[in-house]
Design a protein around this ligand. Sequence first.
Ligand code: DGJ
Length: 730
Amino acid sequence: MSIIFDEKKRIFRLDTSDSSYVIKIYDEGYLLNLYYGKKIPDCNLSGFETRRRNASFSLANPVIGETSFTPDTAPMEYGCNGAGDFRISALAVRNADGNSVTDVRYRSHRIYAGKPSIPGMPSTYVNSDDEADTLEIETVDSVTGLTVTLVYTVFKSVPVMTKSVRVENGSERELVVERAFSCCCDFPTMDFDLVSLWGSHACERNIERRPLAHGVQGVESKRGVSGHSQNPFAAFTRHGSTEESGDTYGFNFVYSGNFSALAECDHNASTRFIMGINPTDFEWKLIPGGTFYAPEVVCVYTDGGLGEMSRVFHRFYNNNLIRGRYKTEKRPLLINSWEAAYFNFDSDKLVGFAEAARELGVEMLVMDDGWFGKRNNDKCSLGDWYVNEDKLEGGLAPLIERINALGMKFGIWYEPEMISPDSDLYRAHPDWCVHVPGREPLIGRRQYVLDVARADVRENVWNQMYEVLSANKIDYVKWDFNRNISDAGSALLPPEHQKEFFHRFILGTYELMDRLVTTFPDILLENCSGGGGRYDPAMLYYSPQIWTSDNTDAIARLDIQFGTSLCYPASAMSAHVSANPRADYKMKGAVAMWGTFGYEMDPRHLSDEEKELFKSQVRDYHRYYDLIRYGDLYRLVYPDRSGAAVWEIVSPEKDGFLLNIVTVCSFDYFRLIVKPRGLDPEKYYRNDSDGEVYSGALLMYAGIDCSNSIWGDHSTCVMHFTEVPAPENE
Ligand code: DGJ
């Protein structure tokens, strides 16, 4: 068992492959978080139980008396509101008396092999029960009857722990959850930098690193979705740590709605971190016996810096989050119609795209927005999911037959959670859009949000989708979401449940997605939200790949992909070569090859030279597929720190690697010596482009001089190295 309970000391130790997490049941059942970090064999941590200096007045539990223990400064395992802990709280529940004083203490625990799922919600999973152990600690508020179960799972072969929370009403009276964060961690120091991912549409997931300061800081979303602006990810990395070394804690929220990830540093220079559903505009009413499930947080600890943290997330998500046929099966190489045609296509044009793309080796045509209702622009028809036969004569079947006859698969676009005011659906059901009484809802991209918190609405949209998907041979669905949620309210919810809307909406989305992937398990689902506006681990549970950004400019994509790679694997990162003018096709190919590769352009009028280049990209795609999909990523030079970006992917067996160098501005690169990482120093590697052989040690410690391989702005050099036997004279 990787979870041990020491009955005498009343201490739990939770070990992953490389980390330990220690919880103590203190006097009066207070749960304390004594340690999280590098794996330790013992738990003699009594010095960590209390922190002596109080910020102002010292408040004590009357039974314990005025000792050095006060909830105000102790490392509380799950900080509660209003009971002497004045830091940001993880839990606040309003009771029938109308106050929100909340104080849960240890009641019992259970340790078992495996990992539970969370009803109605995505979460990471075990492939077999011996992969992980779970601890459930039941806590109770003796005054209100509130029961809160803290659920921890530790994995044996990766340094990953997951946390989630179950809140139950064990009383006879109603309770209202005002906040129930999924993760609370109390660190004894504040000598960390907070790393987060900020962005906007077409500029997603830029890395920001800032030292922690006293007070509250963090990232959050109130947009109804995880959003472009801040990703539900936060890392704490020790001051001075690098890509390669230093204590680093990564946290990623498996949720697609409003979130908060907040750190508070107090006067003792200690840090509390909480991550969970954003309490703004949130409440959940619990009738007696009712249960609320807070989603899961994935916690990674490593002393190997941000680079190793990323590799752990990648391995873990590929193995324990992404599901279905395409978890392991090779993803089809696709061409998408959006940037090639926007709304302006018919069957013949699409078949023309497919014919030209097939010649290059492309395997699937994706028909993007514009195939349904009267959709010739973005002003109408969302919600009317029937084929526009003016564009697609005879419907979908003849078109798909023609695509299939070319030996290609066929994919289609949907935006199921939206409704256009100019649609048959809206005319029939104006109250089906998200709105509140008396206010005209705001409009975004000329559309309203469809209220999928309602079961009748979900049923309608599902039936429409089912009709198309069951009657046609469709191999892929791109699921889009192109606005944020304002005017949050649902026509069917009584006033006292209205604040549940945002969470109910997300649960409705999950139910629809679950229906899609269980009814059509062979369909590859790709998530999208105006590019990467809903790029979170919860979406990866349903869709193994996500459209990374609407920005297909290869230079801009460097920052976006470097940032995305902090916690999301290459297998999730959709990247296409487009006709966008700034970079040449060679660079676009190298940058797109990092993710799930594809094209997004009109392929019908390419020059012979372009065709040959694309064919060679397709060959490389097949050649390096496994390496990129299962290999370990090393970010050698970040694009924003110099004139070049360099990244490397090493096979898990360390028997080959791919080195990608792209110059953004050549001026800085008078001389470029690249030192690959993660190789076996004892092995020898041949550069496949010139046949030169080097030891792993030489490559890592001396590096290779790449100055002559790149020239000028926006130049690209991709080198593949293969393991070879040691040369005889070495
Ligand atoms: C936004 C997506 O990011 C694009 O790729 C495209 O699918 C459009 N929506 C279609 O409206």
